[in-house]
Design a protein around this ligand. Structure first.
Ligand code: 11C
Length: 344
């Protein structure tokens, strides 16, 4: 007997990827229901070789749903996640709404899978920000070996992190440049075509942006609250795949060779690190893949026990949809959740 899975936000970038991944990984679902706003009711989405018609969230009865994947933004999650959890489904939420709630586990299965058991407090599990997920997958095995004291990270984030309209904006602006027509700028604070923008999300009082704040706070919650961190998040004209340049200071010595060996066998990591032209991974190669790719591992001689590395991952997959399905798999594999509908 399998699970009944509801997906809220089925028509978005991440929602569609969730359906692909549920199918690719043969998630033990007897039934998958696609839900969306009333505006998207009736829109068809693919789930493997099946087509699902979106139903309206507002009218849906969740009483026989086991797992609800929420990918509909913060406002929808704030209103609906507690109601859906109260109906008895475990909510795995992709928005930032619940991430810092002490009664909601924030999970990256390669890093803190044991914490998933805490879902019983509110019935909600949070999925991290995409730029955090790939970072902690790369940091965890190094932290276990040499204890991380401080991280300085600069991101190069693709436009798909900002949604489908943002991808369309990069496309249409690029076309406008070549056709010498007017550039229309709605989704980003400055033009994104042939440009980079050092602002993702709104500014906070201390001058960091909310995206940077999320990376710093989420890394502490998932990996270790003692880690000091400074992030600069930058939007780049890439469609899919976030990249990060990461400087790490450790408590104990660790060489680049040791780090490379550790990361080669670490869960979720794939090391491609040849010191030759092209011997590293770029977002173009990481798009559509599941791994967090790590390249350019080297010692940083400007600090004691320092390393620098480059890390790239598909932000829609490991950064969102894949991580959410891996959380659902944790619940199933650890027998923390039984299907409500028993075999007749
Ligand atoms: C971006 N990382 O690239 C953001 C998208 O808190 O889940 C995801 C925001 C979040 O724009």
């Amino acid at each position: 007997m399998g699970y009944k899975v509801a997906l809220v936000g089925a028509t978005g970038n991440v929602g569609r990827e969730m359906l692909n991944i549920l199918d690719e990984r043969s998630f033990p679902a007897d039934e998958v229901v696609a839900l969306a706003s009333r505006r998207s009711m009736g829109v068809e989405v693919s789930y493997g070789d099946r087509t699902l018609k979106c139903k309206a969230l507002e009218h849906y009865d969740f009483s026989d749903v086991d797992i609800c994947l929420m990918s509909a933004g913060g406002a929808v999650s704030k209103e609906w996640s507690p109601k859906i959890a109260a109906a008895g489904a475990v909510v795995i939420d992709n928005s930032s709404t619940w991430r810092m709630d002490p009664d909601v586990p924030l999970i990256v299965p390669e890093v803190n899978a044991d914490a998933v058991a805490g879902f019983t407090k509110k019935g909600i599990i949070a999925n991290p920000n995409c730029s955090t997920a790939q970072l902690v997958v790369a940091l965890k095995p190094l932290h276990d070996k040499a204890v991380i004291k401080r991280v300085v990270v600069s991101t190069y984030q693709s436009v798909s992190g900002a949604g489908k309209d943002a991808m369309d904006e990069l496309f249409s602006q690029t076309k406008a440049v070549y056709t010498n027509s007017e550039l229309i700028n709605n989704k980003f604070p400055k033009r994104i075509a042939f440009n980079v923008i050092p602002q993702i999300d709104v500014f906070m009082e201390d001058g960091y942006t909310k995206e940077e704040w999320k990376m710093m706070m989420e890394t502490k919650k998932i990996l270790d609250p003692k880690i000091k961190m400074s992030a600069t998040c930058v939007r780049v004209p890439v469609f899919v795949g976030h990249s990060e340049a990461v400087n790490i200071e450790f408590e104990n010595p660790i060489s680049a060779d040791e780090a490379r060996d550790i990361l080669r066998t670490a869960p979720g990591c794939l090391v491609i690190d040849k010191r030759e032209p092209g011997g590293y991974v770029t977002p173009y190669e990481a798009a559509g893949e599941d791994a967090t790719y790590i390249s350019r591992i080297r010692e940083d001689a400007t600090v004691e026990n320092g390393l620098v590395l480059w890390c790239v991952s598909d932000n829609l997959r490991k950064g969102a949809a894949l991580n959410a399905i891996q959380i659902a798999e944790c619940l199933v594999n650890r027998k923390l959740l039984q299907p409500k509908k028993k075999a007749a």
